[in-house]
Design a protein around this ligand. Structure first.
Ligand code: BYC
Ligand code: FE
Ligand code: FE
Length: 471
């Protein structure tokens, strides 16, 4: 394969054909990537033709191309937002200086660590979702699953490009390890915890793309502010693709809610199961689970790492432009903590609270989605409403991990938690019920009975289109 890589095989806007060293590094890595995809990517369907979009440029009007592709032949490309020669550092101790086109020696290790952490989530999510193709509710949904999977594969390429281009030998070693760790593996797991749970049904999948991909949106947004320009430009372009992943999750959950609401109206609250739907309280528990797992991904409320990332200019806030002041010195953020069995509020220096600032932006975004979903219930004439859990509920990272809280954020003791957790988090019975509904529907235009049909097809195509052609 060496020497065979051309712009045709790897669509790119980084002038790959004239960079022999980078070509060689990517040539060495590519066969391992394809082996990993065949082993750990979607099970089955590798010879099916799937109506997929491929990133082919960075022009807003025509960045994507849609056609039937076999997944192993997908053209995983490398695209960066075009360089702005005038760009200066927007925040932290180096504010106003020109952005960096190479890695400053003193920040090399923490920068590599951020890139590796970001990179690790991409193949992890593909591994988590690898069995879902067996139970898709429609060809439209099956195609969306694979679209998300191949683009997470491209996000891995995007990060490996940075490791190969800017970190030399240790970058190449990290790139190999990204293909060696495995989601959920006891000895060699993925780095962040939410990426080690298998996604066993489609309600988990829709919640994951809604809430966990949304962490991706906010982390990528914070990195798109980075003083290290190649990272900023790479993550900026990744956000373009991320929008579709969030759409899949947001509309997926909404369609489940809509179907459940229809069944509640026809058969009453207690008739939903018999009619083959997912009861609303199960949907609520899945939401509580995935919000709590996803907000753990923002890290500790008080973090010297986060302060360092901000001070050095490596990682900013969501849309740093929204703020007037960009050093964050001399400011603070009130944060709840538990002192002697009570929740009290303490001011934390703002730089140390950067994880919380990003988590708040994320939660505000989630709250808007809840409003949309509740409108679906309202339009169905129901008075039931869904809600987000308090940020302290069911946490494993940060200040609240050592304590128990109910979804309203009240501190509770261990016994109460054990007695009531089944009301708040999916039980094995809940999951068994949802799994029992997961029967594949692969006839073009048909949709499973537990979910409402989508409003429209992909890329202006009809809903009845054969989005996946089996081979
Ligand atoms: N699980 O100072 P702290 C995406 C560790 S998703 C396990 O609180 P810090 C996607 C931490 O490493 C976006 N360990 O946090 C979505 C540290 O370890 P050490 C992914 C955790 O450093 C769907 C210690 O705890 N991108 O793209 O501020 C599908 C104390 O850490 C966790 C990024 O995350 C955890 N949840 O870290 C596909 C961006 N949280 O030093 C893709 C890059 C913390 O004690 N990452 N720890 O050994 C970062 O910016 C930061 O590393 C974090 C927070 C945001 C993760
Ligand atoms: Fe991604
Ligand atoms: Fe994503």
């Amino acid at each position: 394969m060496a020497g065979n890589i051309s712009d045709e095989r790897i669509p790119n806007n980084v002038d790959l054909s004239s960079d022999r060293r980078l070509q060689r590094a990517l040539c060495d890595w590519q066969p391992s990537f394809v082996d990993w995809w065949k082993d750990m990517g979607p099970e089955g369907f590798q010879t099916s033709d799937i109506y997929l979009r491929t990133a082919v440029s960075v022009h807003a009007s025509g960045w994507a191309h849609y056609d039937y592709v076999r997944m192993p032949e997908y053209r995983w490309g490398i695209f960066l937002q075009p360089q702005d020669e005038q760009r200066t550092i927007g925040f932290g101790d180096h504010q106003g200086e020109p952005v960096w086109q190479t890695v400053p020696g003193e920040y090399r290790n923490i920068l590599r660590r951020i890139i590796v952490t970001q990179a690790d989530t991409e193949p992890a999510s593909v591994e988590q979702q690898r069995l879902l193709g067996k139970t898709a509710p429609s060809l439209y949904d099956l195609r969306n699953l694979f679209q998300v999977n191949v683009e997470e594969g491209r996000h891995l390429w995007a990060m490996v490009y940075l490791l190969h281009s800017y970190f030399g030998r240790d970058g190449r070693e990290e790139a190999e390890e990204l293909l060696d760790r495995r989601s959920g593996d006891k000895d060699h797991p993925r780095i962040l915890q939410a990426f080690n749970y298998p996604i066993t049904d489609w309600l988990h999948f829709f919640c994951f793309t809604m809430f966990t991909d949304r962490d991706g949106k906010y982390q990528l947004g914070a990195l798109a502010e980075s003083a290290f320009d190649p990272l900023a430009r790479t993550t900026r372009f990744m956000l373009t693709e991320e929008a579709h992943h969030l759409f899949v999750g947001d509309t997926g959950v909404d369609r489940v809610i809509q179907r459940t609401a229809e069944l509640m109206r026809e058969h009453g609250d207690d008739g939903v199961r018999a009619a083959g739907g997912i009861p609303l309280d199960i949907i609520q528990r899945y939401i509580f689970l995935w919000v709590s797992l996803s907000i753990d991904l923002f890290g500790g409320e008080v973090s010297s790492n986060a302060a360092d990332y901000f001070a050095t200019g490596l990682k900013g806030r969501w849309k740093e432009d929204r703020y007037e002041e960009h050093t964050c010195l001399g400011e603070s953020l009130p944060i709840e903590r538990v002192v002697e069995g009570r929740v009290v509020t303490e001011d934390v220096p703002l730089r140390n609270a950067m994880n919380e600032v990003l988590r708040q932006a994320y939660l505000d975004d989630c709250a808007k989605a809840m409003t949309r979903w509740n409108r679906t219930l309202e339009q169905a004439g129901l008075s039931d409403r869904l809600r987000l859990p308090d940020r302290k509920f069911h946490r494993h990272i940060g200040l609240y991990a050592e304590h128990h809280f109910d979804p309203e954020g009240r501190l509770i003791d261990e016994a109460t938690w054990e007695a009531r957790r089944g009301e708040w988090l999916p039980s094995p019975e809940d999951e068994a019920w949802v799994r029992s509904l997961m029967q594949p529907v692969y006839e073009p235009g048909k949709v499973a009975g537990w979910i409402a049909p989508p409003r429209k097809g992909i890329n202006g195509q009809p809903l009845e289109m054969e989005y996946v052609r089996f081979a």
